[in-house]
Design a protein around this ligand. Structure first.
Ligand SMILES: [Zn+2]
Length: 159
């Protein structure tokens, strides 16, 4: 994960760029830029030679790539902000700390860098989210009204 992502904010939207200029601006290879044009769907001004890429097109293209590259967490995974990747918490263990009766945080430890990792989790969706995680429930505060809610704990007790 040490590949640097091209920084779309460097692109000026009112400019147009040659392939070489794009490469230099984003510290990437000319062939990478050509590949974006050829197969990545980056639009160009076809009428000009050498081809020109509009700043605003390039910027939109890079922004779209950024969001596309973001990997969503699979069940049992929590995103580590330091590793920039979803991680299976160390020991497959996580704490569920309730914020409200229906909402809380899954808290684990990144197995690679040791950082505490957090994921918002709605209590009813825990069965989908948890994957094979071993979850410990920590109730930070418990209000009297909560006792009327069904306790979903029983679903998790059998491994
Ligand atoms: Zn990490």
């Amino acid at each position: 994960m040490r590949k640097r992502r091209p920084h779309y904010r460097l692109v000026k939207i009112h400019r147009s760029y040659k392939v070489e200029e794009v490469a230099r601006l984003l510290s990437t290879h000319k062939n990478t830029v050509r590949a974006w044009v050829k197969t990545g769907g980056l639009p160009t001004c076809d009428t000009t030679r050498p081809i020109l890429i509009l700043g605003r097109d390039l910027r939109a293209f890079l922004q779209k790539r950024r969001t596309k590259n973001k990997r969503p967490c699979k069940p049992g995974e929590i995103y580590c902000v330091r590793c920039h990747a979803p991680k299976q918490p160390a020991g497959d263990m996580a704490d569920y700390q309730s914020i409200t009766a229906s909402l809380g945080n899954l808290i684990g430890i990144c197995p690679d860098c040791g950082t505490m990792i957090y994921r918002h989790a709605s209590r009813v969706k825990l069965p989908e989210i948890r994957g094979k995680l071993d979850i410990t429930f920590t109730e930070a505060e418990r209000r009297v009204s909560d006792s009327s809610l069904p306790i979903v704990n029983s679903d998790f007790s059998q491994g």
